[in-house]
Design a protein around this ligand. Structure first.
Ligand SMILES: NC(=O)c1ccc[n+]([C@@H]2O[C@H](COP(=O)([O-])OP(=O)(O)OC[C@H]3O[C@@H](n4cnc5c(N)ncnc54)[C@H](O)[C@@H]3O)[C@@H](O)[C@H]2O)c1
Length: 368
């Protein structure tokens, strides 16, 4: 097991434990509950099978788990209000701990509910998707969607603990796994340490394997090492810039394009996951980097070919001109300017501020 910490001004604000078993998490949650006035669980109903053994026999501190439907449609203020309503019914107080079990939708909503309930109570996460293990459950961003705008309402507040168990990933559908893999690859493009190539190589092997569950079991040590490395990169960046005034913006690599792709996909009824949109967005960011002379000519295509071989989705159904309006409305835009993250290779990223229209103009006619 490996512990990774997030610091604020030299003080530990969050502890992330990677590689524990279900029993290890159970032990840690039990001792956390023992020092709280109550343990209140918010769980994705699709992962009940993990919650039951995790929580069995936890004693009088444990309230009846609140099961939620994890969907973007349901990731709303209204669901957060329902969670807060249950917490009130269960008598949760300032000394209670909220435990979220599920993917990024569950951790985002439960973390947000815990952050506003009685002006904020402690919370912890058991992320069960790859995306949540490398990204959503680390760094303290929590929130919900508002109308068609993703994560428009939210706060930054750290979970006291995050427990990462890679065994959960064996039941994750391949498409959901690859959605998280895209964020993991993004993290290694931002800070490499040799993990970018290792991640692509692991994913290529998984993609072509006849029995992906067996492949995952055989290569569990490598997957755990990749997740721990990605979590450490993100924790480091968050420790240096928790409230995203500078370095943390790099974690948005590909995301301005991705949010616009997701918004267009919703309007067009197209089925594109967040991670798929991020992979497409990173290729667009590489194209923009080429056009600005930051990346070498041909880099976007190199990136795309590498992603394709790893099984990531790379073909965007929308042209750049179709994305401009949604990019302008992205919550990350400040006035009319957007902090685009450029990429020139693993470990080579920087931000560039420009309007969505200027970025689109540069990318016009660019074959990606
Ligand atoms: N807070 C952040 O910093 C941050 C970062 C990135 C993404 N996000 C958010 O995360 C969300 C996406 O997260 P996600 O991809 O984890 O989605 P998710 O929570 O919807 O999970 C994806 C699907 O997998 C199911 N599932 C979860 N764990 C499973 C398991 N172990 N086995 C089988 N099925 C399982 C879920 O029920 C769901 O159907 C988005 O809303 C995004 O905005 C937040």
């Amino acid at each position: 097991m490996k512990d990774i910490f997030i610091y604020d001004d030299g003080k530990t604000v969050s502890r992330i434990t990677v590689g524990g078993s279900l029993q290890d998490i159970r032990d840690a949650v039990t001792s956390m509950a023992a020092t709280a006035s109550g343990l209140h669980v918010v769980c994705d109903r699709n992962v009940k099978r993990y919650a039951e053994p995790l929580l069995a026999g936890m004693g009088p501190h444990l309230s009846e788990p609140v099961f939620i439907e994890a969907s973007e449609r349901n990731k709303t203020m209204s669901t957060v209000m329902d969670i807060c309503g249950k917490l009130t019914e269960q008598g949760a107080d300032r000394a209670s701990v909220i435990l979220a079990i599920g993917g990024g939708i569950t951790t985002d909503m439960a973390g947000f509910a815990a952050s506003i309930y009685r002006r904020g109570v402690k919370f912890a996460f058991v992320p069960t998707t790859l995306l949540a293990q490398v990204d959503a459950a680390i760094g303290g961003k929590t929130g919900v969607n508002m109308d068609a705008y993703k994560n428009m309402l939210g706060v930054i507040r750290q979970p006291v603990r995050t427990f990462i168990c890679t065994d959960f990933l064996k039941s994750l559908p391949y498409r959901d796994f690859m959605s998280g893999a895209s964020e993991m690859v993004k993290t290694f493009l931002i800070e490499d340490n040799g993990f970018y190539d290792r991640a692509l190589s692991y994913l290529s092997g998984l993609g072509i394997s006849d029995d992906r569950t067996a492949y995952m079991e055989e290569h569990m040590e490598e997957l755990t090492a990749l997740i721990a490395a990605a979590a450490a990169v993100k924790a480091g960046i968050v420790s240096r810039d928790q409230f995203e005034s500078g370095e943390r913006r790099k974690l948005n690599l590909g995301h301005t394009f991705a949010h616009a792709i997701e918004k267009n996909a919703r309007s067009a009824g197209a089925d594109i996951t967040h991670g798929e949109a991020v992979a497409m967005g990173m290729i667009m960011a590489a194209g923009l980097s080429e056009r600005l002379g930051y990346a070498e000519a041909g880099y976007a295509m190199t990136l795309k070919n590498g992603f394709k071989a790893a099984g990531l989705r790379t073909d965007c159904p929308f042209g750049i001109e179709e994305l401009v309006s949604a990019m302008e409305k992205d919550k990350k835009s400040e006035g009319r300017s957007i902090h685009f993250v450029l990429v020139a290779g693993p470990g080579k990223v920087r931000t560039e501020t420009m309007t969505a229209a200027a970025a689109a103009e540069l990318l016009k006619g660019f074959i990606l």
